[in-house]
Structure formats: structure tokens, C-alpha cells
Ligand binder design. Structure first.
Ligand SMILES: *[C@@H]1O[C@H](CO)[C@@H](O)[C@H](O)[C@H]1NC(C)=O
Ligand SMILES: *[C@@H]1O[C@H](CO)[C@@H](O)[C@H](O)[C@H]1NC(C)=O
Ligand SMILES: *[C@@H]1O[C@H](CO)[C@@H](O)[C@H](O)[C@H]1NC(C)=O
Ligand SMILES: *[C@@H]1O[C@H](CO)[C@@H](O)[C@H](O)[C@H]1NC(C)=O
Ligand SMILES: *[C@@H]1O[C@H](CO)[C@@H](O)[C@H](O)[C@H]1NC(C)=O
Ligand SMILES: *[C@@H]1O[C@H](CO)[C@@H](O)[C@H](O)[C@H]1NC(C)=O
Length: 666
């Protein structure tokens, strides 16, 4: 279409007229333009800066000419907000920044904004800022400028020169373990948005972590700056969830409020960096054949191709792989925290049941569901547990503790066994026994039960009594709470169609459908009878608060077995049967995983010796969660339990197999 000059001129004039700024018109034009942050790299390190300013500075127009800029208007700068600090101390302080923070690097120190009394040295007698050019960090020329907004914390920033706004900086990492579902940054209103940057990687997300320098731990914010991954069954305000199912993700809108359990962690200062993968609807799935909708995360240990276990799969893989991530919250119904902790050699806590609301969290079985953590440092587990469970968690980290002297083992290998994992487990047992100054005794639940079955058990053997209890609870409870509304909503939105669901949840739900509704009450009754019996006979509370539990009960959690992700098993099944890992599930007692070593064995994947973790489960009376965390802290200190490293080996760290040397010449 060709328009005459005259008509063009006229329409342009009328457009200008319509743009003259009445407030309503202005907002019509300005609202849809939403900045989603800025990405850049310095010295080969990738960064992102949030679109939300931390504050403003007054910048003399000419003072930062020497500092390089992005798009001509954004400059990397540093804030030093440390109270009484002299300029002479700054180089030392900046080296400290680099040492404690993976985000800061010297390139941010080409312009430094000084806050607090020390900044007075940067003002002239009229109170105006002046420049000091001097020898800065590692000899680079620096510009020091007084920071007027003393609320802005120290750290790296991106300065928008035109406005003086300082934007916080995130370092970007590749999620090569495929452990995340979404990369998130917080919005000022308490909701979250997708982090908008992407760095090189093979079908992997990019995760941004904020500078550690922005945060100061206080009594009210004991998790300040702690970087947290959240299992994709906890709803976050402004974020679409999936429960590991594509159809679910696409069907439902973003959550309108954050699950209170997660809000507790946010209120304590935790920094959510993303949602993490769950096996579908938190049912146990194996990596090879069951993860149809999404790909299972990669376990970094050993040959890099071991099943990461499930359902808190992303939580476990990420905490074992990434030094830059501090903690992940998952959940455990029948082993969904303990499995990933075992196969990746991490600390984890299946807590006592019922410590915190699971509102706005996808249920598997409310009777059995528990929220807990995967973590490398048990001291952080204690602080995070106190934040998550509130008054229902009694931290024993700083109190006089009397450990139970009565240790019971279930299913431990004979002390004569020479297998590498048996030696590790029995060494742990004798070290623990010596540490508490007690004695250990091997017990067999089935024979204790058979010798004096509880009333109500109708003389059934333990394995018959509890054979279907778990399978009934997870199906009969999840079907009405999750499947029914999902199928109904999906059909309504899709002309009567049924959504795709992975084989495992389908198989399990079909089992639930095959049973009469009376089975649910039967399962709940059997669960309660077992709980009352076990807690009375094996895990009674101690009268003394400093001891909390009469006993510690141990069972082998992971014995370094290989479970490669390329092995096909016998197809999806229903989880029948009873084993040690079901004890805490039914008895509601805390069950913590302690990493205690690793075995070396020839890998079928790499055709080479590799290392695989060994872990033990430790249980105590219901409500003694704090006792188990304190025990882990003390045993790490004594060298009896590992504080696992990230990488190939939980003991030695080491570059993850698939991340080792790039080939020469490519
Ligand atoms: C840097 O860290 C060291 C060791 O923690 C500390 O002694 C020193 O005071 C710190 N320097 C500054 C300038 O903060
Ligand atoms: C969130 O949305 C649900 C469903 O529309 C509604 O019932 C609930 O009241 C909302 N909650 C909040 C906190 O806005
Ligand atoms: C296993 O046997 C060794 C050697 O007799 C002993 O020192 C150790 O305490 C035993 N460990 C356990 C757990 O009984
Ligand atoms: C359980 O076994 C005992 C001993 O054999 C028997 O006396 C009792 O009647 C049985 N109870 C039930 C409910 O079957
Ligand atoms: C457990 O229940 C399943 C399904 O009913 C059955 O096939 C299996 O034989 C039972 N096992 C035991 C030990 O009772
Ligand atoms: C409960 O226990 C009874 C035996 O007393 C057994 O027959 C039944 O199958 C069990 N039901 C469930 C759901 O655990």
C-alpha cells in the first residue's frame, strides 16, 4: 500500500496528538512493556541481572566513563556496605567477597560504591561526591563513589547509568543433571517469574543464583541467602506446576498462592532458584522406562548413569551435583526422600508425620505424606527444619543432649561379612555404639510380631498384615484427590478426552480402582495397629527431654548397589510387600539418612572401577527429629558420618564423569 505524503503526515500528526500524556493513556502504553532482566557475561562467566532494582545511587555523569557498559547504559559495579571500612581495607575485602561468593568477581570492582561512615571520605566539603582514582583490586583502576542509599547490601550489581538504579546480579549455571523443571527469580510482590536467560547446554535449563553477599543471616532470617530447590509438587505463587505431568502443566493456571510450607522457608530468608523434577504424581518411577513425559534427572555419582531414584529425583541429583545449590525440599510418602539420598549419598530427613501443613501441595497419601530435605550439611538441615516445621521441631543443636544407649538394628549384615558395604555398615554401628556409650542388638520385626501379635492383627503375619496397606493408601487417597478432578477438568477442556499419564501411576490407580472402597479404612486401621505396636515396643519416647527417644533404630539404606538407568526392569508394578523402609511410613517416626561411605566396583557402564554410596537409615521416637539431626551433626564432627561432597564421589568430590575433559582439538 502506498500512501500519499500528505495523508502520512496527517495521520502521524493525529497519532502524536493521541499520545499526549493523560495518565490513563500513558498507562495503556507503558503497562505491556515488561523487562525480564538482562543477561551478559564477564570473563566467560555468565550473569543475569534481575529487572527489580535494589535501590538507586546518584552518579556523577562523567565519573564512570572508564567502566565498560552493556548496551551503552548498564555497567557492572560493586557496592561495599560494611560500615566502618577504610579504602585501604577494600582490596582485602574484595578478595573476601571472591572467596565466599561464586557470583562476585574482580571485574565488578571497576566502580565501587561505598556506603556507611567510610563513604564520608568520598564527599567533598560541600557534601558532594567526588571521585578517587587509585589502585584498586588486583591493580585495576577503580572509581569510588559514595552510596547514598545505605539499605543496599554489598555485592555485585548492574548500574543503569541514566537512572542510577542498581540491579542485583545472578550467576548462571547449566542444569546438566537435568534436575530442574523451571528456573525462577522472585518478584517484589512475593510471586515468582521464569528467569529469562539461557546459557549453552545440551537440552538443559539455565539456573540463576543470587550473590551470597546480598544476604545476612539474622535470628529472624536464619536461612538468609540459602539457595533452595523446590520439588514440583509444591505450588508457588505465579508459577505453573506440573506434578511431573505435561497435560497437568498445560491445563492449569499458575498457582495464586505459595504453599505455606514453602512460605515458611521464604520467610526465613531462603532464596528459591527453581522448581525441581518429580517422578509423575510423586509415584516411584525408574529412569529407564517409566519417565515418559519428562526425562529422569542424572545421578552424578559413580559412572553418572545410575538411577537417581524417585520421587524427589531432581532434589537428590542437584544436591549431589551442584556446589552452588545449598538445599532442596522434596517429600517422602514411601521413600521419595530416602531413595534419592541413598543412591546419591546425601543427608535427608523423612520427618515425623504431620509437622507442617501440606496445603497447596499435591498429595499422594495425606495419611503418609511428609515434607523433608536433601542436603549435604546437617547443620543446615537443622536450621531449615526449624524454619519449615516451626514449633513442631525441637532443635537440639545447641542444647545438652543425652543420646539413647539402646541401639537396635534391623536387617544389618553379619559382622563377619567381608563385603565392602557390610564392613562400612558394621564399622558405623560400632562407632555409633561407642559414641553413645551404649550397646546394640539385632531385632527381627516379623518374629517379634509373631511372638506377640497386637490385638486386632488377627494372627496375621506381619508381611501379610501390611502387604497391601501402602498400595491401598496411596491409590485410594490419590485417586479422589488428584486423578478425579484432573480427569474431569481435562475432559471439560478437551472435548471429553483423557490426559496422558505415565505407566506407573496408571498401573497403581488401576489397582486402587479394582478394590472396594472399604479397603481404605482397612489400610488405615492396619497402619494404625502397626504404628501403635512399633512405637510401644521399639521406639518409645524417653521421659528425659534431653534424650527424647529410648532407642535408635537402624537399617541399611543403600549398600552401593548398581542400578544403572539403562536396565529395563519388569515393567510398572504396584508396591506390595513390607520392608524396613516402610516402618517410618506407617509408624510416623523420623527416619534420617546418613551417608557413611562408598564402595568401589567395576561399572557396567564405564567398564572401569567407580564409586557408589553407602548410607544408613536412623530412626527414633516420633517427634525426635531434632535428636537425629543433632546426631548427624555430631557424627560428622567425629568423622563417623560424611558431610558429602558434590561430584563423582560423595567422599572425595571430583568432576562428574560426563563433565570431564573436553576432547582436545574440537
Ligand atoms: C577478610 O576475611 C578475613 C578472614 O575471614 C578477615 O580476617 C578479614 O578481616 C576480612 N577482611 C575484611 C576487610 O573484611
Ligand atoms: C486461589 O484460587 C482458588 C481457586 O480459584 C481460590 O479458591 C482461592 O481462594 C484462591 N486463594 C487465594 C489466596 O487467592
Ligand atoms: C565386629 O567385630 C569386631 C571384631 O571383633 C568388633 O570390634 C566390632 O565391634 C564388631 N562390630 C559390631 C557392630 O558388632
Ligand atoms: C490367634 O492365635 C491364638 C493361638 O493360636 C488363638 O488362640 C486365637 O484364637 C487366634 N486369634 C484369632 C483372631 O484368630
Ligand atoms: C501381596 O498382595 C499381592 C496382591 O494381592 C499378592 O499378589 C501377593 O502374593 C501378596 N504377598 C504376600 C506376601 O502376602
Ligand atoms: C489388614 O489386615 C488384615 C489382616 O488382619 C488383612 O486381611 C487385610 O488385607 C489388611 N488390609 C490392608 C489394606 O492392609
Amino acid at each position: 500500500m502506498v500512501a500519499s505524503f500528505r495523508s502520512l503526515g496527517l495521520s502521524a500528526l493525529s497519532l502524536v496528538a493521541s499520545l499526549s500524556p493523560s495518565a490513563a493513556q500513558l498507562s495503556t502504553f507503558t503497562t505491556p512493556l515488561t523487562p525480564n532482566g538482562l543477561s551478559f557475561s564477564i570473563n566467560g562467566v555468565y550473569y543475569y541481572s534481575s529487572p527489580f532494582a535494589s535501590g538507586k545511587v546518584a552518579v556523577p555523569a562523567t565519573s564512570l566513563l572508564a567502566v565498560p557498559s552493556i548496551f551503552g547504559c548498564f555497567k557492572p559495579v560493586a557496592v561495599v556496605n560494611k560500615g566502618y571500612i577504610t579504602k585501604a581495607e577494600i582490596p582485602n575485602l574484595l578478595s573476601n567477597f571472591t572467596a565466599i561468593d561464586d557470583v562476585f568477581q574482580p571485574a565488578f570492582a571497576q566502580a565501587i560504591f561505598l556506603a556507611g561512615p567510610g563513604a564520608g571520605t568520598c564527599k567533598d566539603k560541600n557534601g558532594l561526591p567526588y571521585e578517587v582514582k587509585g589502585k584498586g583490586y588486583e591493580g585495576s583502576p577503580c572509581t569510588y563513589i559514595a552510596l547514598e542509599d545505605s539499605e543496599i547490601p554489598s555485592g555485585p550489581y548492574v548500574l543503569e547509568v541514566s537512572s542510577g538504579s542498581l540491579y542485583p546480579v545472578y550467576r548462571l549455571y547449566e542444569d546438566y543433571a537435568a534436575s530442574f523443571m523451571a528456573s525462577l527469580i522472585p518478584n517484589p510482590d512475593g510471586t515468582f517469574q521464569t528467569m529469562s536467560a539461557q546459557i549453552p547446554g545440551a537440552a538443559s535449563l539455565t539456573i540463576g543464583v543470587p550473590s551470597r553477599l546480598y544476604f545476612t543471616k539474622t535470628a529472624k532470617k536464619p536461612l538468609a541467602g540459602v539457595r533452595l530447590g523446590v520439588k514440583d509438587i509444591y505450588r508457588l505463587a505465579g508459577v505453573k506446576g506440573s506434578n511431573g505431568n505435561r497435560a497437568w502443566y498445560n491445563l492449569y493456571p499458575a498457582a495464586n498462592y505459595t504453599a505455606p510450607a514453602i512460605q515458611n522457608l521464604i520467610d526465613a530468608g531462603a532464596q528459591i532458584v527453581g522448581l525441581q523434577k518429580t517422578s509423575q504424581f510423586a509415584n516411584g518411577e525408574s529412569a529407564t522406562q517409566d519417565w515418559v513425559d519428562f526425562h529422569s534427572p542424572f545421578n552424578p555419582r559413580g559412572d553418572g548413569y545410575q538411577d537417581p531414584s524417585s520421587s524427589s529425583s531432581g532434589a537428590g541429583a542437584s544436591i549431589a551435583a551442584y556446589e552452588w545449590l545449598d538445599i532442596a525440599i522434596g517429600s517422602d510418602t514411601g521413600g521419595s526422600l530416602r531413595g534419592p539420598a541413598g543412591s546419591q549419598g546425601l543427608h535427608s530427613n523423612r520427618p515425623s508425620h504431620g509437622l507442617v501443613s501440606l496445603d497447596n501441595v499435591m498429595p499422594l497419601s495425606p495419611t503418609l505424606d511428609t515434607p523433608g530435605f536433601l542436603v549435604r550439611d546437617p547443620k543446615l538441615l537443622d536450621v531449615a527444619s526449624a524454619a519449615l516445621y516451626g514449633k513442631n521441631y525441637k532443635s537440639m543443636a545447641d542444647v545438652a543432649v543425652k543420646y539413647p544407649k539402646n541401639i537396635r538394628t534391623i536387617g544389618f549384615p553379619a559382622n563377619t561379612s567381608t563385603s565392602a558395604s557390610s564392613v562400612i555398615l558394621n564399622k558405623f554401628l560400632s562407632d555409633l555404639t561407642a559414641f553413645v556409650g551404649g550397646a546394640s542388638e539385632a531385632v527381627t520385626l516379623a518374629s517379634a510380631w509373631a511372638a506377640a501379635p497386637p490385638a486386632g492383627a488377627q494372627n496375621a503375619t506381619l508381611s501379610a498384615f501390611l502387604n497391601t496397606t501402602y498400595a491401598v493408601l496411596i491409590t485410594k487417597e490419590q485417586i479422589p484427590l488428584v486423578r478425579e478432578p484432573f480427569y474431569r477438568d481435562y475432559a471439560a477442556a478437551n472435548d471429553g478426552r483423557r490426559p496422558f499419564v505415565n505407566p506407573v501411576p496408571l498401573k497403581r490407580w488401576a489397582y486402587g480402582d479394582s478394590l472396594p472402597s472399604t479397603e481404605l479404612a482397612s489400610a488405615q486401621q492396619n497402619k494404625t495397629i502397626f504404628m501403635d505396636w512399633f512405637n510401644k515396643e521399639f521406639a518409645p519416647p524417653a521421659l528425659d527431654d534431653a534424650q527424647c527417644s529410648e532407642t535408635l533404630i537402624l537399617y541399611p539404606q543403600w549398600t552401593g548397589d548398581q542400578n544403572p538407568r539403562n536396565w529395563y526392569s519388569s515393567g510398572p508394578g504396584v508396591p506390595f510387600g513390607f520392608s524396613s523402609s516402610r516402618i517410618s511410613v506407617f509408624a510416623e517416626v523420623p527416619d534420617h539418612v546418613f551417608p557413611i561411605g562408598q564402595v568401589t566396583a567395576k561399572s557396567a557402564i564405564s567398564d572401569h572401577d567407580e564409586v557408589f554410596p553407602v548410607t544408613v537409615s536412623v530412626m527414633a521416637a516420633k517427634g525426635c527429629d531434632g535428636l537425629l539431626t543433632r546426631l548427624a551433626i555430631d557424627l560428622v564432627e567425629k568423622g563417623i558420618v560424611l558431610q558429602p561432597k558434590t561430584g563423582t564421589s560423595s567422599v572425595d568430590g571430583g568432576k562428574i564423569l560426563m563433565r570431564r575433559a573436553e576432547m582436545m582439538g574440537f
